[in-house]
Design a binder for this molecule. Structure first.
Ligand code: DGL
Length: 290
């Protein structure tokens, strides 16, 4: 049993320990933005696994291995909780990773429940990766909450790649988005679930296409509130008297795009560290190509 003295020391350390946030790439920055707004006293360490993005084109074991390896690495960096800010990694591996890490985990999932409760036409669109859409976790979300609402599920092929290049509004990207969204509009959808943490960075381009005809469901604020609840329940809240530093940004790639997107979309000017986080199938140098 943990003694009160040990618990006190642990909580004191936790006050200064960072919240770990991870995504396959830059999408988790949309979650980071919400976590900073909700929890301004918390330090954050963010890992973008951009060298291996997009996960949506990877096999299940690869995604699970990366999620575990990055979670373990974040634990060695002192993270007190892990936010898996990636729908694809959550859908694929959160149960397994939760069993193996000594810190609390918070995952993300497409906002099917809020969409089903908000849609008036009872038709809603979902944009997410192919891996998320075909996962058992997503299928059971639909079974639980879709009720009498019809969900049109569209894999967002090409969207993560565009955002990883910092493209959030080129003509090609808009054409691609149009091809995904027009069939939803034609079917009468009035709600769009952004089922990938990269997609909130496309909100302006999406708005240009759908106007006010669709409400966009982005769960990042709900995730930030969940992080707050978990920190409170576990006695891990950051010290309010010490202002949090800028996030510590880490990337498995060169980090240039992470730095650019953080600066332009989040107004965060911070350096990016390049980190090497091996996992079983990335040990050989020639397996590094995405
Ligand atoms: N941001 C990730 C998600 O929420 C993108 C996955 C990918 O890399 O394909 O699913």
């Amino acid at each position: 049993m943990t003694s009160p003295a040990t618990r006190g020391a642990r909580e004191l350390r936790a006050e200064h320990a960072p919240v770990g946030i991870f995504d396959s790439g830059l999408g988790g920055l949309s979650v980071l933005r919400a976590v900073r707004a909700q929890l301004p006293d918390e330090s954050i360490i963010y890992v973008a696994d951009s060298l291996y993005a997009p996960y949506g084109e990877r096999d299940d074991d690869f995604i699970a291995e990366r999620t575990l390896a990055i979670g373990q690495w974040l634990v060695t960096q002192g993270a007190k909780v892990l936010v898996v800010a990636c729908n694809t990694a959550t859908a694929q591996s959160i149960a397994m990773v939760r069993e193996r890490l000594p810190i609390p985990l918070i995952g993300v999932e497409p906002g099917i429940k809020p969409a089903a409760s908000q849609s008036k036409t009872r038709v809603a669109g979902v944009l997410a990766t192919q891996v998320t859409l075909r996962s058992t976790r997503f299928q059971s979300l639909l079974e639980r909450y879709a009720a009498d609402c019809r969900f049109l599920c569209q894999p967002g092929h090409g969207l993560v790649q565009a955002i990883e290049r910092c493209d959030v509004g080129s003509a090609e990207l808009r054409t691609l988005l149009q091809s995904y969204l027009q069939p939803m509009l034609d079917a009468g959808a009035d709600t769009l679930v952004l089922g990938c943490t990269h997609y909130p960075f496309l909100d302006a381009a999406i708005r240009d296409i759908v106007g006010e005809r669709m409400a966009l469901i982005d769960t990042s604020i709900a995730i930030a509130r969940q992080v707050e609840r978990v920190l409170d329940q576990s006695g891990l809240r950051g010290a309010a008297d010490v202002p949090a530093d800028l996030p510590r940004f880490c990337s498995t790639s060169d980090g240039a795009h992470l730095q650019q997107l953080a600066a332009t979309l989040l107004q965060l000017e911070a350096p990016v560290e390049r980190v090497v986080i091996p996992s079983p199938r990335t040990l050989a140098p020639d397996s590094q190509a995405a």
